[in-house]
Design a protein around this ligand. Structure first.
Ligand code: ZN
Length: 231
């Protein structure tokens, strides 16, 4: 089976109704992103940060995966598919995808500040909730200014892939943007976006790049059907 990497971002979840900070000039659901998505924000007001992610976790229960998420699943019938997402929602998993790497963490997980254990978490989180070791828990989200622990794993997956599909992200924001540099210098690259904005590295790969100017829910199923027809 050929190996395909699918790089996904906010655009694929937007069609399920999940908003991100990029929708409104540095605001994420009405909050300044630095106040809810940075270590400084956490130090300043933990209750606000907890409440923010509690709301995001609740919102997640009210949305469903869309045709784009499901079409990646279909691709898995004939290809070895790995998803690398910048999204913190679990819509890929709920669509049935098992090989999903979350670059920026996961809403439905929390992490112990003392022993670094990562726990599944579905309800609200407050400072009263403690790890079994007694440590405090924080959202398992990679905040601005923090390292991206999965970046090396992601780079390995990208470098081993024969075909790449980029959907719902322009891959312009670092460090995720650096992953484009790991794509092997052969093999097709599909970029699906209603308003394409090319990552610089992608402009160097024009000869093997196909741009589909469509939303994820229409563009991705087309690419998937074409790839399945090629088998
Ligand atoms: Zn602990």
């Amino acid at each position: 089976m050929k190996k395909i990497v699918v790089l996904t971002g906010a655009g694929i979840s937007a069609e399920s109704g999940i908003k991100t900070f990029r929708d409104a000039d540095g605001l994420w659901e009405g909050h300044d992103v630095m106040s809810v998505a940075s270590p400084e924000g956490w130090q300043k007001n933990q209750a606000l940060v907890q409440d923010f992610y509690n709301q995001r976790r609740r919102q997640l229960l009210s949305v469903e995966p869309n045709a784009a998420h499901y079409s990646i699943n279909k691709l898995g019938e004939e290809y070895n598919v790995e998803v690398i997402t910048q999204n913190v929602d679990d819509l890929h998993e709920r669509a049935g995808n098992k090989n999903v790497l979350h670059l920026h963490g996961e809403l439905r997980k929390v992490r112990c500040l003392a022993c670094y254990s990562v726990l599944d978490w579905d309800g609200d989180l407050s400072n009263k909730n403690l790890c079994s070791c007694g440590g405090n828990l924080r959202p398992h989200i990679v905040w601005f200014g923090e390292e991206v622990p999965e970046l090396q794993n992601a780079a390995r997956i990208v470098s081993e892939s024969e075909i790449a599909i980029i959907v719902g992200t322009s891959m312009q924001v670092y460090p995720a943007a650096s992953l484009i540099g790991y794509l092997p210098r052969f093999g097709k690259i599909y970029y699906i976006d209603p308003k394409p904005a090319l990552n610089y590295e992608l402009t160097l790969s024009q000869d093997r790049l196909t741009i589909i100017e469509e939303a994820a829910t229409t563009g991705l199923p087309k690419v998937v059907n074409n790839l399945l027809a090629e088998i």
